[in-house]
Design a protein around this ligand. Structure first.
Ligand code: UDP
Ligand code: MG
Length: 312
């Protein structure tokens, strides 16, 4: 009999919890010879999410003192799973956008191939705002071009993992977390399984445009050092170019004497370099800001209550 931890980050999902639980139990029965060990992570919901979870009976839960974000919720669940003694861990959304029925296929692939993880990938972004799809695609392109990890387009945080991988990820205490990158970074043999996008069952996406933008910057800065290098290279190129321009100007003045006062070019140059410098400071600032947050060593989340035994 295998035990599978089901980690479910929930933020204001009171209308979805029951349906999710029913669908997950169905999936469990279809797999057979296994128990599901639920770890619901209530990410500081302001609605009745926690009550709904408690009403499920013996489902395990961790409740945060406020909303810390999905990354923190997944981390809390993975940590609890790493401390427990289940065989596998599954991370899945509560809004039924990640069909629980897929867990059966994931378990099959995991056990047949002997791989370490099976992750879901959306084949279409149907039902998603077009603007969001465009920016998401662009993000993956840039990310793969400049960072040390490779992200497949359409990866979602829906996957099953064996214990060693769970432990590896739970063992990464960094505050600025970008799980899609972390899953990739730890390595291990990961297989893919595809599924059609479905609309969230109830409520709106918890992501705002600003939230997604911050998430994209987070992911990029956490895994790519190249913007720092690019800033350096661009800076030196521009400096060299401006020196050459200076030489040309000096020679011109010596050969042809003074011509027009040249306000325009001067102001253009000042503005140009000012802009470049500010942009570079911005890039460097992103990295320094992250170092600042990491050095403070604050916890990724604060727990208010939990019913999971042996869980610190
Ligand atoms: N979620 C969370 N904390 C947050 C935002 C979201 O735990 O601050 C959970 C949410 O309850 C859901 C999952 O993360 O189970 C995915 O969120 P959502 O459906 O809003 O994202 P989308 O599907 O639009 O990417
Ligand atoms: Mg969703």
């Amino acid at each position: 009999m295998r035990t599978i931890d089901i980690i479910v980050p929930c933020y204001n999902e009171e209308d979805n919890i029951e349906a999710f639980f029913r669908a997950a139990e169905e999936a469990k029965n279809s797999i057979g010879d296994c128990t599901f060990n639920y770890i619901f992570v209530d990410d500081g919901s302001s609605d009745g999410t926690l009550e709904k979870i408690k009403a499920l009976g013996n489902a395990g839960y961790i409740s945060f003192s406020r909303n810390f974000g999905k990354e923190a919720a997944m981390y809390a669940g993975l940590k609890a799973s790493a401390e427990g003694d289940s065989d596998y861990a599954v991370i899945i959304d509560a809004d039924l956008q990640h069909p629980p029925a897929l867990i059966k296929d994931m378990v099959e692939i995991l056990e047949e191939t002997g791989c370490d993880s099976v992750a879901a990938r959306r084949v279409s972004r149907k039902g998603e705002p077009i603007i969001r799809s465009i920016f998401a695609r662009l993000f993956y392109k840039i990310m793969n071009r400049f960072s040390e990890i490779h992200l497949a387009d359409g990866v979602v945080d829906f996957r099953i993992m064996r214990k060693p991988m769970v432990k590896a990820i739970a063992g990464m205490p960094e505050r600025c977390r970008f799980s899609k990158g972390l899953f990739q970074w730890v390595g291990f043999d990961t297989r893919w399984i595809e599924f059609e996008n479905v609309r969230r069952m109830s409520g709106e996406s918890r992501w705002t445009v600003w939230g997604l933008t911050k998430y994209a910057i987070e992911g990029f800065v956490d895994f790519a050092a190249s913007p720092l290098k690019a800033a350096g290279v661009a800076g030196s190129l521009i400096a060299a170019g401006s020196l050459i321009y200076l030489l040309v100007e000096i020679i011109k003045t010596l050969v042809m004497g003074k011509d027009t006062p040249g306000y325009a070019s001067t102001i253009c140059l000042i503005l140009f370099f000012g802009g470049v410098i500010i942009a570079m400071l911005g890039i460097i600032g992103e990295y320094i800001g992250r170092m600042y947050i990491e050095t403070k060593g604050r916890p990724v989340y604060v727990e208010k209550e939990s019913n999971i035994e042996n869980h610190k």
